[in-house]
Design a protein around this ligand. Structure first.
Ligand code: FRU
Length: 538
């Protein structure tokens, strides 16, 4: 068995074999969650892309079906790339996806379920009128024109979708309109465009209500007070803007415009890309799903026979001051919890390293609250750190004492600490507020070489008058360490490959390396059961 074949039993990982990447067209339809994904049926590197298909009733246990869309027509013969599902009036689902055609142009195609009474919607039909949308029009680049969004209905009753594109050398979410979802015309202006980069992949456009963690369905009327979010994938990460959908001009208008895209908010500050969200009508929430690639080498991927996982689906909503999105793993993941350990009244003084025992540290869920005893002495914040947070995480790592922090968790640690991954916070004072740094430092995560082991990091603001504690939730699933800090303000997904993982022996600790003492009013940790992931249905 190749070393890492057995990892990630809890993931929506589709890792049974071969290569998978972007989540495509997630939806809840007639009692079933569908997840499609970019999939190479012939190997563990990118190529021959079709739409893999898995179904679930609980977002945790998955059945793998045959691919839903294959490379069978001139308009997708070179690849069935990313796209989205929309549930049309009359409740018929449709998928619009990008095809790489015979000339490697990117075109948009549609498929419909062959039989809507099949609960799994196994077969999808390509009508004759594909491609629906071609890369024709001023300023378009036929090789940078892909990843259509879920459709929504505008005030004129017409459908709209957005397509990621390069427009006159800039990045754009192009807007298309249709009466019947099949015949599309390009609107003379994009939904939004920016000269900050050349192409946006996988745009996602959705509505949210400030402070409400219930989601909104884009295809029904959007209530007053709702905001819109435009997410785009670029620079190896998923960024977003919060703004309004200006109905009169049919355009997205961000609340704040930051010229420097290094300052744009991120869905996740780690290894997380090509995410896609959907409205879950079963529980009235919005769920977002992202892809996490391997950070070992392609020869490792070939040796192990698979590559690519999906992060655990997350509920996503807008905070009450409309400033940022918040996320947490869907509550269903808690059904996998088994032994629980809990600690109360723990106090971490400078240099303390307190072991969390009694659970399976390779497959665990940890919730921990850190209460600060004093913040007056917090070190000053330097806004230039925001331009390269990873650099700051490397410089101010877990061993560098600060006034308040670093404190956090050390996970997947070998007995002698030669291997370990640390997820921690530092508190800085910035005028009247506090800026909290969250890092997930992978540099010591493995003794193996040729791995990509950055120190990921993100900042969030905290009003320490109102909130006395900083929460951390970390889900460990062998090679995946997924962390949510400050109630989901900063999320960091990471992949690690410790050698100790093969030996089956790793440890977990809570620590503090800052001068001021940190209390831990609440610490709970659970071993996690294996989910049934991608059991093949004959
Ligand atoms: C994003 C992406 C998409 C494209 C697909 C191809 O990861 O590059 O833009 O549609 O993957 O597999």
């Amino acid at each position: 068995t190749p070393p890492f074949f057995s990892v990630l039993q809890n993931r929506q990982s589709f890792q049974i074999c071969n290569y998978s990447k972007d989540p495509n067209g997630p939806m809840y339809y007639n009692g079933i969650y569908h997840q499609f994904y970019q999939y190479n049926p012939n190997g563990s590197l990118w190529g021959n892309i079709v739409w893999g298909h898995s179904v679930s009733t609980d977002l945790i246990n998955w059945i793998r079906l045959d691919p839903a869309i294959e490379r069978t027509s001139p308009s997708d013969i070179n690849g069935c790339w990313t796209g989205s599902t929309t549930i049309l009036k009359g409740r018929q689902p449709a998928i619009i996806y990008t095809g790489a055609d015979t000339q490697m142009r990117q075109v948009q195609n549609i498929v419909f379920p062959k039989n809507v009474s099949d609960p799994y919607l196994r077969e999808w039909i390509k009508p004759d009128n594909n491609p629906l949308i071609q890369p024709i029009g001023q300023g378009l680049n036929s090789k940078q024109f892909r990843d259509p969004t879920t459709g929504w209905i505008g005030p004129d009753g017409l459908w709209r979708i957005a397509v990621g594109a390069e427009l006159n050398g800039y990045s754009a979410a192009l807007l298309y309109k249709s009466e019947d979802f099949v015949h599309w015309t390009r609107v003379d202006h994009p939904l939004y465009s920016s000269n900050a980069s050349t192409m946006w992949e996988c745009p996602d456009f959705f509505a949210v209500l400030p402070g409400k963690n219930s989601g909104l369905d884009l295809s029904v009327a959007i209530p007053d007070g709702a905001k819109h979010v435009l997410k785009m994938s670029l620079d190896n990460c998923d960024k977003y803007m919060i703004g309004v959908y200006d109905l009169k001009n049919d355009a997205f208008v961000p609340d704040t415009l930051l010229e420097d895209r290094r300052l744009w908010s991120r869905i996740d500050y780690g290894n997380y890309y090509a995410s896609k969200s959907f409205f879950d009508s079963k529980k009235g929430r919005r769920i977002i799903w992202g892809w996490t690639n391997e950070t070992d080498s392609s020869s490792d991927d070939v040796a192990k026979g698979w590559a690519g996982i999906h992060a655990i689906p997350r509920t996503i909503w807008l905070d009450s001051n409309s400033k940022q999105l918040l996320q947490r793993p869907v509550e269903e993941i808690e059904s996998l919890r088994r032994e629980e350990v809990s600690r109360q009244g723990l106090e971490l003084k400078q240099g303390d390293l307190s072991e969390i025992k009694g659970i399976d540290t390779l497959q665990a869920d940890v919730e921990i609250d850190f209460e600060l005893t004093s913040t007056d002495s917090a070190d000053p914040f330097d806004p230039s750190w925001l331009l390269d947070i990873e650099k700051h995480c490397r410089e101010a790592d877990a061993s560098v004492h600060g006034s308040v922090g670093p404190f956090g968790l050390v996970v997947l640690a070998s007995d002698n600490m030669e291997e370990h991954t640390s997820v921690h916070f530092r508190v800085y004072k910035s005028q009247e507020k506090y800026m909290i740094l969250m890092c997930s430092d992978l540099r010591k995560s493995s003794l193996r070489t040729e791995l990509h082991t950055p120190a990921y990091g993100g900042f969030f603001e905290l009003d320490l008058e109102k909130e006395k504690t900083i929460s951390l939730r970390t889900l460990i699933d062998r090679s995946a360490v997924e962390s949510f800090g400050g109630g989901g303000r900063v999320c960091i997904m990471a992949r690690v490959y410790p050698v100790a993982l093969i030996d089956g022996g790793t440890r977990m600790y809570a620590f503090n390396n800052g001068t001021s003492t940190v209390r831990v009013p609440r610490l709970k940790a659970w071993s996690m059961r294996r989910a049934q992931v991608n059991v093949k249905k004959g």
